[in-house]
Design a protein around this ligand. Structure first.
Ligand SMILES: Cc1cc2nc3c(=O)[nH]c(=O)nc-3n(C[C@H](O)[C@H](O)[C@H](O)COP(=O)(O)OP(=O)(O)OC[C@H]3O[C@@H](n4cnc5c(N)ncnc54)[C@H](O)[C@@H]3O)c2cc1C
Length: 386
């Protein structure tokens, strides 16, 4: 029996989603020999291909604002990102008003253009029954992108700099030997002194293969797509990504339809397919402040599902892994990896080459999770929304 081929590289990136592709590009840009190992037969087939594609500056902690702002700036000048500034509108109940205003102050300090609206002003953007709402916040620079286009741009840029992509290359075992990570893949082996774990919802499982505890797990999320929106409900411009902080329901225009959803905090693990009974719960949540949802049908064939890659505090895990030489995490984005990948690619390349990082990663390193595994309180809006 012939021995399997061994691929050697300076760095192995596990996963060819938007994060792995961005990392591969920025690592190759620094002159490293990069090998990307992807289980599937094409890039962007994991969460990247299933997202709602929203990008926003409106986060309640600084590092998330910085990661998204830097990525949005990059996507603005990337033709295939197809950045469209349709805005994000957060509808805010009384109980959350003060916290939201603290967020606005922070976002403005970091340069984001955020408007604070009363309910009448909000209703001019999206028809809303404001009962129980104090007001809204709106950022016209937030919007949507094409995650697939971004991922393919990074793949092409990485390839043009010499990075290699192996598809159908599931990582099955990992161990550290002679200062290198030895990686068993579906039909061969690979080795490199550095590994970047960009395996999305499977990042915890990939960690386990190396005997590492990386607290990232899957949480299934549904995106329901409506039938055509009746003319009486259509405004002069698309509905922005609209999030009701009273219960977390969200929606936005998608051509002549809406897409909408609601996180189910109990939906954990690798369950597959659309949870149709959850549609009823989602409708009920939407009707609270948007009674016109009653007029919308659902296009069952055009709806979809995917996995968030969730950490205990809903913030990503970035940077080197203490006690595991040569292991770098780029995972756990908890539902906002599309809007952070651009910045993350650069930060991970800086971390890999020992440069100081543009954005302080100290609150996102894995050692924030103490022995109880819970970590910090994280971004307060992230429990609810896309
Ligand atoms: C319904 C939904 C809505 C979302 N909406 C938004 C949004 O509006 N805005 C936003 O910013 N984000 C959103 N997200 C989150 C976003 O999609 C993810 O954070 C992002 O795609 C993560 O990218 P990634 O490259 O880390 O993961 P992925 O795209 O999942 O890529 C990981 C890759 O690793 C591969 N892999 C796994 N295990 C192995 C292995 N053992 N060997 C080799 N390869 C392996 C997988 O096949 C996969 O291709 C949403 C997600 C979902 C599901």
């Amino acid at each position: 029996m012939s021995s399997p081929e061994v691929h050697r590289a300076d760095v192995i990136v596990i996963g060819a989603g938007i994060v792995g592709a961005a990392c591969a590009y920025r690592l190759a840009e620094r002159g490293l020999d990069v090998l990307v190992l992807e289980r599937e037969h094409a890039p962007a087939t994991g969460s990247t291909g299933r997202s709602a594609a929203g990008v926003r500056h409106q986060f309640s902690d600084a590092v998330n604002v910085q990661l998204s702002a830097a990525s949005i700036a990059e996507y603005r000048s990337m033709p295939r990102a197809d950045y469209r500034a349709i805005g994000y509108l957060f509808c805010v109940p009384d109980a959350l008003w003060e916290a939201q205003m603290r967020g606005v102050a922070l976002q403005r300090r970091l340069g984001a253009r955020i408007a604070v609206l009363d309910t009448n002003e909000a209703a001019r953007i999206v028809p809303v029954d404001a009962n129980g709402l104090r007001g809204a916040t709106y950022c016209a620079d937030d919007g949507v992108v094409d995650p697939h286009g971004i991922c393919m741009t990074y793949v092409e840029r990485a390839r043009s700099l010499g990075a290699r992509f192996a598809f159908g290359a599931e990582v099955r075992a990992l161990r550290r030997l002679d200062d290198r990570w030895q990686v068993a893949i579906a039909d061969g082996r690979a080795s490199a002194p550095l590994v970047v774990n960009a395996a999305g919802a499977w990042a915890g499982r990939v960690g386990e293969l190396a005997g590492l505890d990386i607290p990232v797990g899957p949480a299934r999320r549904m995106v329901f797509r409506s039938g055509p929106v009746p003319n009486s409900l259509r405004g002069s411009r698309p509905y922005p990504m609209t999030v009701d902080l009273a219960n977390g329901v969200w929606f936005r225009s998608d051509g002549d339809r809406l897409i909408f959803g609601l996180s189910n905090p109990a939906d954990r693990g690798f369950a597959e397919g659309i949870d149709w009974p959850w549609l009823e719960t989602t409708y009920e949540a939407a009707l609270l402040h948007f009674p016109w949802f009653e007029q919308l049908s659902v296009d069952r064939r055009a709806s979809w599902w995917g996995y968030y890659e969730v950490t205990p505090d809903h913030n990503p895990i970035l940077g080197r892994m203490p006690g595991a030489e040569g292991w770098i995490n780029a995972c756990g984005f908890s539902g906002h990896g599309v809007q952070q990948a651009g910045a993350v690619g650069r930060l991970i390349a800086q971390e890999a080459t020992g440069e100081p990082t543009d954005i302080d990663l100290s609150t996102l390193r894995i050692d924030r999770f103490g022995q109880d595994g819970r970590g910090s309180s994280g971004d307060s809006t992230e429990r609810l929304i896309v």
